[in-house]
Design a protein around this ligand. Structure first.
Ligand code: 2BA
Length: 120
């Protein structure tokens, strides 16, 4: 099993999350902010089987739009050439291994989920 973490622009988050849920995935959203622009964005956590990664990528690409944003000119961290515009997104995706996945208190299927999560 893998944990996919997606950092997405705030305006794209709801439709992306809805599409992921419509496709049958469980999603957790966390409010976050980019360290560079300090703008609010959204971090999505999705636990999936490795076979599902291409489908997740497809959805993230479809709903994560690229936009140009202006950097606050008062920021000390301007680009080397003084650039004051950056391209944000589509989306930033991390794919991490999960050593163990358990949903505690789900008596009927807990053992199946645990088995599914080991060794992938
Ligand atoms: P921010 O950190 O606010 O970055 C917004 C955009 O500013 C980035 O877009 C990138 O184009 C530019 N940028 C970021 N750091 C820069 C720097 N040191 N110098 C020049 N330009 C810089 P994205 O790459 O699409 O990233 C969008 C958001 O995704 C980021 O917002 C951050 O919240 C997250 N992110 C991106 N890469 C990450 C990483 N390696 N680790 C953790 N979070 C990341």
């Amino acid at each position: 099993m893998k944990l996919i973490i997606v950092v997405v622009q705030w305006t794209d988050a709801d439709p992306m999350m809805q599409a992921l849920m419509d496709a049958g995935y469980s999603v957790t959203q966390i409010s976050s902010a980019g360290g560079y622009l300090k703008e609010q964005n959204v971090t999505l956590m999705i636990g999936v089987c490795p076979d599902d990664i291409p489908k997740i990528k497809e959805i993230v690409q479809e709903f994560g739009h690229s936009r140009k944003k202006f950097v606050n000119p008062l920021m000390p961290l301007m680009g080397i050439n003084g650039a004051n515009e950056v391209q944000v997104g589509g989306a930033t995706m991390f794919i991490l291994p999960i050593h163990q996945f358990e949903r505690l208190g789900y008596a009927s299927d807990a053992h199946l989920l645990k088995e599914q999560s080991v060794g992938n």
